[in-house]
Design a protein around this ligand. Sequence first.
Ligand SMILES: Cc1cc2nc3c(=O)[nH]c(=O)nc-3n(C[C@H](O)[C@H](O)[C@H](O)COP(=O)(O)OP(=O)(O)OC[C@H]3O[C@@H](n4cnc5c(N)ncnc54)[C@H](O)[C@@H]3O)c2cc1C
Length: 404
Amino acid sequence: MNPTIGIIGGGAAGLFAALHAARTTCEVILWEANPTLGRKLAVTGGGRGNLSHRGLGADRYACDAPESLHALLHRFNHDWLRRELLEQGVLTYCSDDGWCYPVSHSAAAVSAILATAVAQHHVMVSTGCRITAVKKIGDGFMVRDDLGGGRTVQRLIVATGGKAHPQLGGDDDALAWLAELGVTVRPMRPALAPLIAEVRALHKLQGVRLDVAAELYGNGLLLGRSTGNLIFTQFGLNGPAAMDLSHLVHASPLQPMQLLLNFLPHHLDAFMTLVRQKRKQGWPLQALLESALPAKLAALIARGIGAPLDQDVAALTEEQSSRLVSLLTAFPIAVIGVKGFHHAQLAAGGVPLSEIDTATMECRGVQGLFLAGEVLDVVGPCGGFNLHFAFASGALAGIGAGRL
Ligand SMILES: Cc1cc2nc3c(=O)[nH]c(=O)nc-3n(C[C@H](O)[C@H](O)[C@H](O)COP(=O)(O)OP(=O)(O)OC[C@H]3O[C@@H](n4cnc5c(N)ncnc54)[C@H](O)[C@@H]3O)c2cc1C
């Protein structure tokens, strides 16, 4: 008799696992705690659904088995995902910077299309049904739900996601029964979350948004780099450039933590040429700074070098000029912490990827148990990397679990 495949979690990973498992001759059951499938997927990318990234590569993720991740993403790459989505009826395109979206600009539509596809593939779906316990019995698993039901399955795919956005149902309950099954689990912590920073002296910058390159240091040691949009907020820093570094803050004991911001990552040379020209033409500092920076930031930098905004650029001392370059390219901000799970787009932690055979997504220590998506300790940056990993690992788990 063909094995029955149970899938816990109907997010991006669980939906793709179900679609791929259903292509086999196995019976497939999908349990989802929320009243609808793909609830988190439906709000991703600010409602637009940033589904993948053209520049996908294992080097963009943090995990403990980068070579295994490389093999997985090589097989289930960006083009593969776009073909799979197209097959289900989701047209996609990439922006100039490689971020991949549905042509509909509707993450909710993608979620609804995938849910329909799963139903059409004769997957038995139970929504509003939370799995509360999983036990290994013989060569299968006994799965119990919060409605008092129980079911035995021969293969089990755990795609329960992580703790980010508990307001959408994110939690880490699965880690308790995974640990009981003998799987190594790491506590979850917020990732892709805004940074809490010492911004008292920067309060006038609230709302300022610009592209930066950022470096995070712990006790003087470089922990990570990011580039992208940054937004100054009441409590610190938001936007991809800050969020992409957030998982490193809790991961490291090194204190104090400091961010160095380069406000001119792409335009420093052009700016310095302008400085040399305007020195000869007697330009005011304000006009020079505002040629490249938002006005509020220009005013702060001028204060930082101790020069009034109406000062002639030619009158800057050598010390002021070198301080100007230093503030423009390595502006220091003390990092105090990270916003909590309510504000995070991802959870770091969960099951280390090294516990998984990435040829099938089967757990090395527990035969018949497969894991996919955010329940695994794999952290990608903003830009579609995390949904891609969820879709790719979900597909692989579905194929792996369906092997006879
Ligand atoms: C606001 C927001 C915006 C985001 N935007 C993007 C983006 O644009 N691009 C991108 O790449 N990533 C984005 N992400 C991250 C992305 O959503 C996740 O990487 C992805 O959803 C992970 O998919 P998953 O299937 O592993 O987990 P989930 O999508 O969280 O799905 C897990 C499912 O399992 C269910 N579940 C959990 N426990 C149980 C249980 N015991 N019994 C039954 N069901 C259970 C949950 O209800 C949930 O539906 C965003 C995240 C958030 C919060």
